[in-house]
Design a protein. Structure first.
Ligand code: SF4
Ligand code: SF4
Ligand code: SF4
Length: 274
């Protein structure tokens, strides 16, 4: 059976002892869906089925870090594989892991759930190096996505059109000076990197934090909670969010449901950043 490029990248991150089993399961899922090609969604379904618990370890492939029965952290290709990444995803993963451990999240989950922790009850997180969002931050409890916003600097353009070619959203035009449809811009930073004269510069770069995504019977897409520019701010906000997540678990409320029912301002107030 054929595999999409993205699915191949993902399956390569599975630990060697589950790789073959994971591959077989994903192909079975694709086949049962009437497909001849495995894509990332088939892998997610295979993981979500609960039949292959070890598949949950396939996404976090950094020395010294691993997923467990209570958490599932997904990384994109990041600095190991992708030139588009806007931050060091391994550094971010280590900080996230440190906060989870220091906040005793595993203990809280284990203490509150007195039955086997199935996939939908695990803590789910994603780290994506850019807004392409290959690790699916939109459907996780807490996610971090790299962003880089452009700013026009009139008077330096040499009309090479590299920026126009580089924008995946076709938002850049050039007429003496570049122009960007900023409302539609996803802050991927590609036009900035393509410009040889700094006619398009970086206004801001950092970590965009999303919360409250889930799949299942009633899916909900994660909401952006805040942009932070330094790794220290990132750690601060992650800790506050993990504390909020623990409160939800203790009160037997689903974190994503709490986020769904709140405005972002309410969430920001709850975690003390508004
Ligand atoms: S999310 Fe961006 S940086 Fe990460 S693998 Fe995808 S394209 Fe590359
Ligand atoms: S940042 Fe990305 S989406 Fe925005 S204009 Fe530049 S290339 Fe296009
Ligand atoms: S890449 Fe820079 S110099 Fe080239 S056309 Fe775009 S803005 Fe002008």
């Amino acid at each position: 059976m054929e595999w999409s490029k993205e699915a191949e990248v993902r399956i390569k991150k599975a630990p060697f002892f589950v790789k073959n089993m994971a591959r077989k399961k994903a192909e079975e899922v694709a086949k049962s869906r009437g497909k001849t090609r495995v894509d990332i969604e088939d892998i997610e379904i295979a993981k979500g089925s609960g039949e292959l618990e070890d598949l949950s370890t396939m996404d976090l492939a950094i020395d010294g870090l691993k997923n467990t029965n209570f958490r599932d952290m997904a990384l994109c290709g990041g600095i190991r594989e992708c030139p588009l990444t806007l931050f060091n995803d391994e550094e971010v993963a280590r900080i996230f892991d440190k906060v989870i451990k220091e906040e005793d999240l595993e203990k809280v989950i284990k203490g509150a759930i007195d039955e086997p922790i199935l996939y939908h009850k695990k803590f789910k997180a994603a780290i994506s190096g850019c807004p392409n969002s290959c690790s699916h931050p939109q459907i996780k409890d807490i996610s971090i996505v790299g962003y880089s916003s452009p700013k026009i600097n009139d008077g330096y353009c040499i009309g090479c059109y590299q920026c126009v070619k580089s924008c995946p959203e076709k938002l850049v035009t050039v007429d003496k000076n570049p122009r960007i449809d900023i409302k539609e811009c996803i802050d991927c930073g590609r036009c900035i990197r393509s410009c040889p004269t700094e006619s398009i510069r970086e206004l801001e770069k950092g970590y965009r934090i999303y919360i409250g995504g889930r799949l299942g019977r009633r899916p909900h897409l994660a909401k952006k909670v805040v942009d932070v520019k330094s790794i220290q701010e990132l750690e601060y906000v992650l800790r506050k969010l993990i504390v909020l997540y623990k409160q939800c678990i203790i009160q037997r409320k689903r974190f994503s449901k709490t986020v769904e029912e709140s405005t972002i301002e309410e969430i920001q107030r709850k975690i003390g950043i508004h």
